[in-house]
Design a binder for this molecule. Structure first.
Ligand code: ADP
Ligand code: MG
Length: 239
């Protein structure tokens, strides 16, 4: 079961600051949707609202026709991968990956099978008994992705997962994410300020700026028919 996500008239304010103003869009089941925009335009806030880590001030978010914005984060069947990895330093890689499943009392043999399978897919089987402090940045990011995969969620949310990696590793991990996407059939919502990441990974791109959506389209549409000067400049289209 994968998620069709419907965002309807969603607004978010922090005090006097309006971060998102009446945002509406829909993300298809199994779609790889990339939110692209400059720093501070509200990308992380939107992901955090989908995940339930931030409240929605106005509007609704639904998955497969059911409202989720009123559900607690643990009941949304969504997994989020953070830029900062957010691993538990005192736990092994295997325990980090298993932690969320143990919390919901999944049988131990199912947990081990899922951890083993995700580790194999991400080529981190040899790291399962290490602690995060004994891993490189790229390896930690794989563990963070593995922790999301074992949940078999309806949707994955990625908040700039590659931005802490050096340039070469970023390119390699980007390619691997594209491959992973073909093996894990699920809806993927990916936030970045990097145009190349957006162009290479996305089925469709949502270009955001200044509290609102500038354009939604396939990478080719965004590149060849930018809807505004902002989009043209930001994605580097020929003008
Ligand atoms: P992005 O991820 O696109 O860089 P964010 O969603 O992190 O943008 O932030 C959007 C705006 O909201 C920024 O101006 C940021 O400073 C502000 N903001 C984010 N979180 C908070 C918060 N908890 N309290 C106050 N302002 C916030
Ligand atoms: Mg952000």
């Amino acid at each position: 079961m994968t998620a069709h996500i419907e965002i309807l008239n969603v607004s978010k304010r922090y005090g006097a600051l309006t971060v998102l103003d009446g945002l509406s869009l829909s993300i298809k089941a199994n779609e790889f949707m990339v939110f692209l925009g400059p720093s501070g335009c509200g990308k992380s806030t939107l992901l955090r609202m989908i995940a339930g880590l931030e409240s929605v001030d106005e509007g609704t978010i639904s998955i497969n026709g059911q409202r989720i914005d009123t559900l607690p984060p643990g009941k949304r069947d969504i997994a989020m991968v953070f830029q900062s990895y957010a691993l538990y330093p005192h736990m092994t890689v295997a325990d980090n990956m298993a932690f969320g499943l143990r919390n919901i009392n999944m049988p131990a043999d199912v947990i081990s099978a899922r951890v083993a399978e995700a580790a194999r897919m991400l080529e981190i089987t040899h790291l399962l008994e290490r602690k995060p402090g004994q891993l490189s940045g790229g390896q930690r990011q794989r563990v963070a992705i593995g922790r999301a995969i074992v949940k078999e969620p309806k949707a994955f949310l990625f908040d700039e997962p590659l931005s802490n990696l050096d340039a070469a590793l970023r390119v390699r991990t980007r390619v691997e994410l594209a491959q992973l996407r073909n093996r894990v059939r699920s809806t993927m919502v990916f936030v970045t300020h990097d145009q190349i990441e957006a162009m290479t990974l996305a089925d469709r791109i949502v270009v955001m700026n200044n509290r609102k959506i500038e354009q939604i389209g396939t990478p080719m549409e965004i590149y060849s028919q930018p809807a505004s000067r902002f989009v043209a400049t930001f994605v580097g289209s020929p003008t």
